[in-house]
Design a protein. Structure first.
Lengths: 441, 441
């Protein structure tokens, strides 16, 4: 490409909405007049305040800039669920410090020198491992999301609570903050089970935690032999205490609660154990709910889901002009194949660009340029996974689970595996609202 | 696969060296006798000490377990180079808190509300951007390594200092701790330059930092229009102060010093500017060294490189038995195609397994099972990139740069773009030593 070409090829073919920025720099996007031929010295900006101070000495372990105030927060005051501020996460990796956390028990700080993993039950060679021994075994590093099966149920609760209108002050973390994506490192469960020698007739692996809650979950043997991992690494370092230090079960693509944290025992059995978790919300995975082990209510795999992270619920656009619509998509069944965006309330759809790498059972970043004309608009994203499953509309989701929409918005019953398309309405003042319910604009 | 098959298929076909772990659990790897039919209660372990305490309240931003003591450290006392403990990093992502840091000036804490990016020089439409405006532009998220061009030169310095023998106490961070890999998010420089309109005759982009050092570097226009990024995100959150908050230049695959941190200006020019960095070590990239812009000494792209992270320099193997040899490989020219491992001093080589994703200009994790018989052994890794370049031996590297090995080990001259195969020698006592120099075992 020669330089003339370079000069002609402006990137904003969709409407050159950033023209204000580019034409001689007289005006910025925000309409502010600016001198652009030189950078301001810091004395010229906001009086005499210097623009930086020198941080000494160097830090042995870095932390974010003091100017950044991105935190996990409870979804609602006093909530057990601490949510990832998904609208402030760039890329596909969730910073370990911002991984969502849900659970009835406080986080234990386990001494790894004393921790053990026991593998027993219907195996030829029961085995007990120290953390040191576990780390000598063949390992894998894989990028996977973990999503709470209740991610999204706040939508319903808030809808109920506020009489059909979403509460002011809600942001993306309230409606979609219980999913995070990390690079996990650990030993495949299949490696451990092959070493132990699974006996004839075994069908389940019961995973038990070491925390005072003595939480346990049942993993079908087929899944256990597939891609389940006993993970000790998260984004390059030891798993954080809140995510299961020193080890957790990682069950890619399946609902969060089965990814047992602070793992201490794996028992191979021919039957499921009744989980002892008293949380009403977890009843869906209980055998007593599904004596025949059939039906969608007994499905552990999370469906295809996408959410626009910008512009998203609670944000305020400064005005008309160019924006990039961006978001995340993921699916329990495998990789995301396609994400489509609508900026006309779902009438027409355009393919978004997917940032590489697009990985199985991992958050996938999508982006599409957009020029907002300042009129009220409804934007939505929908994804398709590698098996061709398409993210459902609210109506389709409702039909799939055989529960009418009215049921969810009028009862306090939990909503699980919530993956319908979640449109946002942007009003003329630039405010972004939730538009998932069929309410008049 | 039926359960009988499962029982038969032990994973350690290479020698079942973990048999001690598996045979009824009577013995662990470390030879300790154990009761394996049940987990110890914590009262039974080390007296009455409970194995955990409950951490309350929940933390808005998580940190590692207090039992983990993984830190960045200076390569040598008083060194300006703070190194990543690469031997303790799992996977390919380097935790942001452990990213290496090198530079003569302290880290500035820049107020992003006051920071500006100015693009001027040989462009049709000069532009100045606030951080808010920059973040409205089309972005990309990509996983790339950043490596200091001097990564590895401690090998030489220490060799000199200690009379041909490596110093006791050296670990992997001393010889290879100045490379890190992150998911970076930002705006491609090509997007900004197309918007500004590059003029005829332009050949370089001069990037200037906002820190007191007023560091600047020259990026050839072709590279600038390729994959260079103005990055504001690192591993899902704002770039850390030490890595250039609020924005840095990211020049994938090229030597670290050109990835200008705390970026404040990009000037498009027809000539290189003489960089003002007074560091002797950076002379290699200075125009006065290379008036004809030719020759390997003027190359910015980093060659293919791999390093075994376990077992690596300074580690101590507890005894003979099964281990997984693991490490990282990367190349400035693109993706890693192949990593081979030798456990006989380079006589024979076996392909290692590469963990997905294998990405261009990114750390790639390799792994291979290994059974140590307890005899002295030399282990090495060598990689090949997608263009077929093979990591050189020390002799080949020496020939490539036209500098004899003796020169490096007898002068204090810097060593740059250091990428020869780095063998480790494991002595009978399990200690891991550096074996890069042709010394008698």
């Amino acid at each position: 490409m020669n330089t003339k070409e370079r000069s002609r090829r402006r990137f904003l073919k969709e409407g050159a909405a950033l023209a204000g920025l580019a034409v001689g720099g007289v005006r910025s996007v925000s309409g502010q007049k600016r001198e652009i031929t030189r950078l301001p010295t810091w004395e010229e900006v906001e009086g005499k305040t210097p623009h930086y101070y020198q941080r000494t000495p160097r830090r042995t372990y870095g932390t974010p800039s003091p100017f950044e105030a991105v935190h996990r927060e409870p979804k609602t005051p006093g909530d057990r669920a601490w949510a990832t501020p998904l609208d402030q996460v760039t890329g596909i990796i969730t910073p370990s410090g911002l991984h969502f956390e849900i659970g009835p028990t406080p986080t234990p700080d386990i001494d790894p020198r004393q921790h053990r993993l026991l593998i027993q039950g219907m195996v030829d060679r029961p085995v007990i491992l120290t953390m040191e021994e576990l780390k000598r075994l063949p390992a894998v590093s894989r990028i996977h999301f973990v999503e709470c099966e209740g991610n999204g149920n706040t939508v319903i609760q808030e809808f109920m609570r506020y009489g059909g209108m979403m509460q002011e002050g809600l942001t993306l973390r309230h409606i979609c903050g219980s999913t995070s994506c990390s690079e996990w490192t650990g030993v495949l469960l299949s490696v451990l089970l092959k070493e132990a020698g699974v006996q004839e007739g075994a069908r389940w692996v019961v995973a038990e935690s070491a925390d005072p809650g003595k939480n346990f979950r049942n993993v079908p043997l087929d899944k256990a032999m597939d891609d389940v991992m006993v993970a000790y690494g998260q984004n390059g370092e030891a798993i954080r205490p809140e995510q299961g230090y020193p080890i957790r079960l990682l069950v890619p693509g399946w609902e969060g609660n089965i990814n047992v944290k602070w793992l201490r025992q794996l028992k191979v059995t021919d039957r499921r154990y009744a989980a002892n978790n008293r949380e009403k919300g977890f009843l869906l995975t209980y055998p007593d709910m599904n004596p025949d082990e059939k039906g969608r209510w007994f499905q552990f795999e999370l469906g295809p889901k996408s959410i626009i992270t910008f512009p998203s619920l609670g944000r305020q656009l400064p005005g008309p002009g160019f924006y990039e619509i961006s978001g995340l998509a993921w699916a329990g069944a495998g990789a995301i194949r396609r994400v489509e965006i609508s900026t006309d309330g779902g009438r027409t759809w355009k393919d978004a660009r997917l940032d590489a790498p697009v990985l199985p059972k991992a958050h996938t970043r999508f982006r599409i340029p957009w020029n907002w004309d300042g009129k009220e608009v409804v934007i939505s994203s929908r994804c398709t996974d590698e098996k061709g499953h398409i993210q459902p509309t609210l109506e389709e989701y409702s039909k799939l689970y055989g529960v009418p929409i009215e049921h969810w918005v009028t009862t306090s019953g939990g909503v699980y595996h919530w993956n319908p398309i979640n449109p946002f309405r942007i009003s003329q003042d630039g405010k972004v609202h939730n538009a998932i319910y069929p309410l008049p604009l």
